[in-house]
Design a protein around this ligand. Structure first.
Ligand SMILES: NC(=O)c1ccc[n+]([C@@H]2O[C@H](COP(=O)([O-])OP(=O)(O)OC[C@H]3O[C@@H](n4cnc5c(N)ncnc54)[C@H](OP(=O)(O)O)[C@@H]3O)[C@@H](O)[C@H]2O)c1
Length: 233
């Protein structure tokens, strides 16, 4: 995020907040996870690929018997997603999909609100597994279903609504915040989190476990722990 807490600007292009060192750090975290979750808004705004970039990390995952990149997961109430988007197509098109000589196609899961499941199936069924996420979809239910599919470690990359929901529902074990050395200052831009009722307020702060300087950027790592509200949402 920017110093004033924005994770993008309000323009059509993605605001670059990370430098190469941070992108490599993100890549290492991705490679350590079973799945990556982004909201449908992030797919529409950024068209992310969500693949492990480093050939060494992909090869290491394959040696461990894992797909080269983690599964990709999204949540939508509307099902309005483009099946040609990189979320659905990147890493899938060729046999050597991950570009590391080992193949390995990442799974794609779309948790859709019950009323839109039929539409989402029709639109996305050829490129993803559409799962009925309930009405409304709750992240608690999504996480339980993912656990049943063998996902033990999930990376939540954003955007604002997904991060807000995950933090408010106390579903987060660890938070990584990287602060970029500039201000965005546009009230129309998306914030790291929206207003909400967060269990980790002033009376129940997170534990800071790491501060890492990366050039002009800084990583803050927090552990959120087993709070009193855990699992109640
Ligand atoms: N700097 C960073 O690290 C970073 C990372 C990721 C994203 N971003 C930025 O974040 C912005 C997008 O944030 P956002 O808040 O608009 O989008 P978001 O959180 O990515 O996605 C919101 C969408 O997800 C779906 N959704 C979320 N929770 C749901 C639930 N419980 N039930 C059903 N559907 C649910 C809805 O999709 P439908 O509308 O399809 O129903 C909703 O519109 C972009 O500007 C992006 O660049 C920044």
């Amino acid at each position: 995020m920017s110093l004033d807490g924005f994770i993008d600007d309000a323009g059509p292009d993605r605001l670059v907040l990370s430098d190469e060192e941070d992108l490599d750090r993100v890549d290492a975290v991705r490679a350590s996870c079973d799945a990556i979750l982004v909201g449908a808004g992030t797919i529409r705004a950024d068209d992310p690929r969500l693949l492990v970039r480093s050939a060494d990390r992909r090869a290491e995952r394959r040696r461990a018997g894992l797909p080269a990149s983690p599964a990709k997961v999204t949540v939508t109430a509307t099902g309005d997603l483009d099946p040609a988007g990189a979320f659905f197509t990147a890493g899938v098109a060729s046999a050597d999909a991950a570009g590391d000589g080992t193949g390995g196609v990442p799974e794609r899961l779309v948790y859709c609100a019950s009323p839109a499941v039929a539409k989402a199936e029709h639109r996305l069924g050829a490129v993803a597994t559409v799962v009925d996420g309930g009405d409304p979809v709750t992240l608690t239910r999504v996480l339980a279903d993912l656990a049943g599919r063998g996902v033990g470690r999930l990376m939540v990359e954003g955007g604002t609504r997904i991060l807000t929901e995950a933090l408010a529902a106390e579903l987060v074990d660890e938070l990584h915040v990287v602060v970029a050395p500039f201000l965005v200052g546009d009230p129309a831009a998306p914030r790291f989190v929206a207003p909400g009722r967060f269990p980790h307020g002033p009376a129940h702060p997170m534990a800071l476990t790491e501060v890492r300087t990366m050039g002009d950027r800084v990583l803050l790592r927090y552990e959120l722990g087993d709070g009193p509200h855990r699992g109640q949402s």
